[in-house]
Design a protein around this ligand. Structure first.
Ligand code: FMN
Length: 336
């Protein structure tokens, strides 16, 4: 399926499918791997906090490979001036989009008054987004929840979207469940409370001019296609894209974007070898790259041998790309 959206940035097309921002998971090594599987899918960084960039000067957090495009930087923060500066640094570093995290319920994030707690302060979010939009030429977007704690999503979400739209945001990703700010761990907050996909579809009907992506619990391309066919503009996939990247990403280009051929996980591994070599020459540990590759053959013959060979061999002295080649040999032998 492919939808042409006239007059909008190329990212409106790319965002038909995206891989969610995930701390410690969607590192640049992971994004490089995902990009080899799909040329079109929009990729998100882990959240980078505005204070770390602006006050801490941690510009290495913006490092990425030119081959990752289209790639969006997700920021965390709640101070408009600081976010504007962080957005500027992100755009200068080459990111195609700057996204604000209004969905993450973790304690650490709450203490800095950002993440999902911002669902309670739509005016502040609007101020942040207006400041970011003013600071950069690339698109600024929001990733949010349908509400938090005792908010009634049906009541508060339209107001939230109106406010950010007035501030210059025209693309948003909605994680279709509320976040509980107290009493649930961030992990629990990804599976409970229940998902409300219908509410997100109603938001698309109410805001037809906005590009709305749905997120939460979507595990297959077939589910993604069903949401797109019903009129949503995009689907964001998190955990499934990480754990079974080949199932989600290898056929994404032909199926979601109507372009190119499905990629082959065996060829993807072969293309990773020179990258691994380069990264190790720059001082990376093998594990930094291969930990994101463990699920590559999930559900396929040889998956167990692949995972085991990589996991067991990675910490051995001198382990390098040859280990990955050997593990691939086991997969190819099982498939033959
Ligand atoms: C390990 C992990 C880290 C995450 N880190 C972030 C983050 O940095 N920013 C964010 O907006 N959401 C974060 N999330 C939430 C995901 O982006 C996504 O909204 C959530 O996992 C639901 O989508 P899914 O069911 O497809 O996984 C994280 C999720 C996981 C599993």
């Amino acid at each position: 399926m492919s939808k042409e959206i006239a007059g909008k940035s190329g990212l409106w097309r790319s965002a038909q499918l995206s891989v969610a921002p995930m701390m410690d998971w969607t590192t640049r090594e992971c994004r490089y791997l995902h990009r080899l599987m799909s040329k079109e899918t929009l990729l998100y960084t882990e959240m980078v906090t505005a204070p770390a960039l602006v006050r801490g000067g941690a510009l290495h957090l913006l490092d990425h490979d030119p081959r990752e495009h289209p790639v969006a930087l997700q920021l965390g923060g709640s101070d408009p001036t600081e976010l504007a500066e962080a957005a500027r640094l992100g755009a200068e570093a080459g990111y195609d989009e700057i996204n604000l995290n209004c969905g993450c319920p973790s304690d650490r994030v709450q203490s800095g008054a950002f993440g999902a707690v911002l669902m309670q302060s739509p005016e502040l979010v609007a101020d942040c987004m207006a400041a970011m939009a003013e600071a950069v030429d690339v698109e600024v977007t929001v990733k949010c929840r349908i509400g938090v704690d005792d908010q009634t999503p049906e009541e508060i979400l339209p107001g939230f979207l109106e406010q950010i739209r007035a501030a210059g945001v025209s693309r948003v990703t909605i994680h279709a469940r509320k976040a509980w700010l107290q009493g649930l761990s961030p992990k629990e907050n990804r599976d409970v409370p229940p998902l409300d996909y219908e509410l997100v579809h109603r938001m698309k009907a109410a805001f037809p001019d906005m590009h709305i992506s749905i997120n939460g619990g979507i595990a297959t391309l077939a589910e993604a296609e069903a949401h797109l066919a019903r009129g949503l503009d995009g689907v964001m996939i998190g955990r499934a894209a990480y754990h079974q990247p080949a199932d989600v990403l290898c056929a994404a280009d032909p199926r979601i974007f109507g372009s190119g051929e499905a990629s082959d996980p065996v060829e993807v591994v072969q293309q990773m070898l020179p990258y691994i070599e380069r990264e190790m020459q720059k001082g990376a540990r093998l594990h930094q790259v291969t930990r994101h590759m463990l699920g590559l053959f999930a559900g396929r013959p040889g998956a167990r041998q692949w995972r085991r060979h990589l996991s067991e061999g990675v910490s051995q002295k001198g382990a390098g790309p040859e280990l990955v080649e050997e593990a691939l040999g086991l997969v190819v032998a099982r498939a033959a």
